[in-house]
Design a protein around this ligand. Structure first.
Ligand code: GLN
Length: 485
């Protein structure tokens, strides 16, 4: 039998239901793996040993509950999901001492499905970033090369899954924060359609873009978690009432009946040679398997980065206004007058990147600039959405790269934030369109670092997307464990 920490969710579930493995053993294996690998990867902000083990022992006592699709399975949660009794910092000093009194709906749903949250994972402050370097606490390292970033903002979730700390984790994706770290760490990441999953109890970044979703090692495991967290929620009016299809028992698809659209706006661009080589190899393998690949243009996606950074920053500036040192969060104690208290609390409690986005967001929303920036961006967003609708008339799914370059060394873009923003060009359009996307590894590049692709589907088309993803996974099998000590 493989090591317990090396099991996928599906494999662990089988053993649990047959009572060949105890829930407690599985949770202990995960906690031990965290202890061993954490000095190298730094994926976690907090572990929940006592709570997790207590829950595990109760479950073992009561015996298997097969109707619960995640029964007894250990998972991680990015530190933006409110969990009563556990710190929820959003990677910020501002929320260092915050202990929520309520639970994010997605965590309630995971709990009801039988999952056990063993740790909270690291992220860029308020989910703003692509490297996890903007965490106020520590950077997370890429398990494939500890000198490189794991991607972000859900870098802790991705590194933890790749390092086998947990078989699955929950992240959030506002502009790529599930799909890009999944690709950088060589795991599977799914951003659901906007409205598929409740946002209640998730620390907000860009409310019209944010969506929670799974990071796992296999497509089937991603479908299992998505099944558990999807569905209507009376506490989030943007969460859809549409019925939730079965994401666990997926139909198998014939590669010869699959047409993937390749946007030339991405594929014809410039790539790092190692990434390009891995992507070209992947395209050749897809063609060999009988998949039809055709060029399908998304003419407005080149405006995606500008549009996204205006809209996301605008929404962030209003969402983060609540952290004023009075109602919420860190308070700078020196100030004796109100304006000074606000200024000091926000200057000291928020990091540089969060402040940059608040400034940008406040600027594009201010009178005199609103029409030129915010309104224009909202209009372009609509045009990008139209591009997607048209594209899905020409192909079943869109196939896109995730990043044009491999995971980069720490600090590479510290002095050049705009270049780092530009690197989001292949992930942000999907959030603007509100459609679902699945990122999965296609192998390792010549540099030994994982390379991923993403499949995009029409809004609320997650079932077909997962089916197509399972087909791709047969062609590009999940990666082995990274070479950690
Ligand atoms: N990298 C993007 C940003 O910095 C995406 C972040 C996210 O999806 N949360 O905003």
């Amino acid at each position: 039998m493989p090591e317990l920490y090396d099991l996928t969710l599906e494999a662990a579930r089988e053993l649990l239901l047959k009572r060949e493995v105890k829930v407690e053993e599985l949770v202990l294996a995960s906690l031990e793996r965290i202890r061993v690998t954490e000095p190298q990867v730094s994926a976690c902000l907090a572990t929940r040993e006592e709570e997790a083990l207590e829950l595990a022992r109760d479950m073992d006592r009561e015996g298997p509950a097969p109707e619960k699709i995640l029964w007894g399975l250990p998972l991680s949660a990015k530190d933006v999901f409110c969990l009563p009794g556990t710190p929820t910092t959003a990677g910020s000093r501002m929320l260092e001492n915050y202990r929520p009194t309520f639970e994010a709906t997605v965590l309630t749903k995971l709990r009801e499905a039988g999952a056990i949250i063993v740790c909270k994972t690291n992220l860029d402050e308020f989910a703003m970033g692509s490297t996890t370097e903007f965490s106020a606490y520590k950077p997370t390292r890429n398990p494939w090369n500890l000198a490189r970033v794991p991607g972000g903002s859900s870098g802790g979730a991705a590194a933890g899954v790749a390092a086998r700390q947990v078989p699955g984790g929950l992240g959030t994706d506002t502009g790529g924060s599930i799909r890009q770290p999944a690709a950088f760490c060589g795991c599977v990441g799914l951003k659901p359609s906007y409205g598929r999953v409740s946002r209640y109890g998730i620390v907000a970044y860009g409310s019209s873009l944010d969506q929670a979703g799974p990071l796992t090692r296999t497509v089937a495991d991603a479908g299992r978690i998505l099944s558990a967290i999807s569905g209507p929620d009376g506490k989030d009016s943007t969460c859809s009432n549409l019925p939730v299809p079965d994401f666990v028992n997926l139909a198998s698809r014939d590669p010869r009946a699959l047409t993937l659209g390749l946007p030339p706006e991405f594929w014809d661009g410039e790539f790092d040679p190692a990434v390009r080589e891995a992507l070209d190899r992947a395209l050749a393998e897809l063609r060999d398997a009988g998949v039809t690949l055709k060029s399908v243009s998304l003419p407005r996606v080149p405006y995606g980065v500008a549009t996204y950074y205006i809209l996301a920053s605008a929404e962030a500036s209003t969402n983060l206004a609540r952290y004023d040192g009075v109602r919420y969060g860190f308070r700078a104690s020196e100030s004796s007058e109100l304006a000074g208290l606000y200024r000091d609390s926000r200057s000291k409690g928020l990091g540089q990147e969060a402040q940059r986005r608040i400034l940008l967001g406040t600027f594009v929303l201010s009178s005199g600039y609103y029409d030129a920036y915010y309104k224009k961006a909202a209009q372009i967003r609509r045009l990008i959405q139209e591009d997607f609708v048209k594209a899905f008339g020409e192909a079943d799914f869109i196939l896109a790269p995730v990043s044009s370059i491999p995971p980069w060394p720490f600090g590479a873009f510290t002095e050049d934030p705009l270049t780092q923003y530009q690197l989001d060009v292949m992930t942000v359009p999907l959030n603007l369109a509100g459609c679902p996307g699945l990122s999965l590894p296609v192998g390792l590049g010549a540099d030994g670092l994982p390379v991923g692709v993403q499949l995009w589907g029409p809004s609320f088309g997650e079932q077909g997307l997962l089916e197509a993803g399972s087909l791709l996974e047969k062609i590009f099998p999940p990666l082995p464990a990274p070479p950690l000590k």
